[in-house]
Design a protein around this ligand. Structure first.
Ligand code: ADP
Ligand code: MG
Length: 249
C-alpha cells in the first residue's frame, strides 16, 4: 500500500515496558501502525516478539506505557477487553481450531456467541471467507480431516469472521510442513492487498520483502530498526540485525 501522512493511526505503542520478574521483556517500545499498513516484526528467538504482539489485544498486560488500538487505550484497566478482542484478530503458530466442530461451525461460533449475529448471516459470512481462503469445499470437514496449511487457512477465516480492524499473526507458518507455507502466505498476501492492517511476526523474509510496508527488527525487547523492507535487507544498520539476517537468509 501507499502510506500517506493523513492516514489514521490504527495501533500505537507509547513507551511500553513489560517485565517477566527481573526480565525486561519489552523495553521502551514506541511504534505507530497506520490503517492498512502491513508491519513485519522479526528478530532473534526470545527477543520479545510474541510478547509484544500479544500486548495488542492484552493477552499480555504491560507494566507502563500506553497501547492504542483505533483510538482506545487497551492497557487502561477500564477498557472492555472482550470488545478489543473482537476488533483485533489473532492467528497463532498452532491453529487451535475446535476439534469437535466442523470448519463452518469453527468460523461461525464467535460471531454468533460474542457478536450476537444470527446463524444465517454468520454462515453466509463464513462461506464468503472460506471462498477467500480457498476452502469452501471443506465447510463440513472437521479439523483433523484437514492438512496443517488448510487448518491455518481456516484459522485465518475464523479470525476474519469477527470483522476485525487489525489482524495479528504470530509465526503462522512456522509449525507447517514446508510445502504448506506458500498457501498460507498467499492468503495473508491477499488480506494485505485488501487493505487490512496487519502486524506479523514471521521469519518468512520473502513475504516480508514482498508484502510488508515496514520491517521492525526487535532485539532484547527494543526496536532496533524500523525501515522499509528493501532498505532493511540491503543495508541493515545494526550489528544485531546484520547477524540475524546472515543466519536466516
Ligand atoms: P520471541 O517471540 O521473540 O521468541 P517471547 O516474547 O516469546 O520472544 O519471549 C521473550 C522472553 O520472555 C524470553 O526470554 C522468554 O523466555 C520470556 N517469556 C516469555 N513468556 C514468558 C512468561 N509467561 N513468563 C516468563 N518469561 C516469559
Ligand atoms: Mg515468539
Amino acid at each position: 500500500m501507499t502510506v500517506t501522512n493523513e492516514q489514521k493511526i490504527m495501533v500505537s505503542f507509547k513507551n511500553v515496558h513489560k517485565y517477566f520478574k527481573e526480565l525486561h521483556v519489552i523495553n521502551g517500545v514506541n511504534l505507530d501502525i497506520k490503517q492498512g499498513e502491513v508491519v513485519v516484526v522479526c528478530g532473534p528467538s526470545g527477543s520479545g516478539k510474541s510478547t509484544l504482539i500479544r500486548t495488542v489485544n492484552q493477552l499480555e498486560s504491560i507494566a507502563s506505557g500506553e497501547i492504542w488500538v483505533d483510538g482506545v487505550n487497551v492497557a487502561d484497566p477500564k477498557t472492555d477487553l472482550n470488545k478489543i478482542r473482537t476488533e483485533v484478530g489473532f492467528v497463532f503458530q498452532h491453529f487451535n481450531l475446535y476439534p469437535h466442530l466442523s470448519v463452518l461451525d469453527n468460523i461461525t461460533l464467535s460471531p454468533i456467541k460474542v457478536k450476537g449475529m444470527n446463524k444465517a448471516d454468520a454462515e453466509k459470512l463464513a462461506l464468503e471467507l472460506l471462498e477467500k481462503v480457498g476452502l469452501a469445499h471443506k465447510k463440513g470437514a472437521f479439523p483433523n480431516q484437514l492438512s496443517g496449511g488448510q487448518q491455518q487457512r481456516v484459522a485465518i477465516a475464523r479470525g476474519l469472521a469477527m470483522q476485525p480492524r487489525v489482524m495479528l499473526f504470530d509465526e503462522p507458518t512456522s509449525a507447517l510442513d514446508p510445502e504448506m507455507v506458500g498457501e498460507v502466505l498467499k492468503v495473508m498476501k491477499d488480506l494485505a492487498q485488501s487493505g487490512m492492517t496487519m502486524m506479523c511476526v514471521t521469519h518468512e523474509m520473502g513475504f516480508a520483502r514482498e508484502v510488508a510496508d515496514r520491517i521492525i527488527f526487535v532485539d532484547a525487547g527494543q526496536i532496533l530498526e524500523d525501515r522499509e523492507p528493501n532498505e532493511f535487507f540491503t543495508n541493515p544498520q545494526t550489528d544485531r540485525s546484520k547477524q540475524f539476517l546472515s543466519q536466516i537468509m
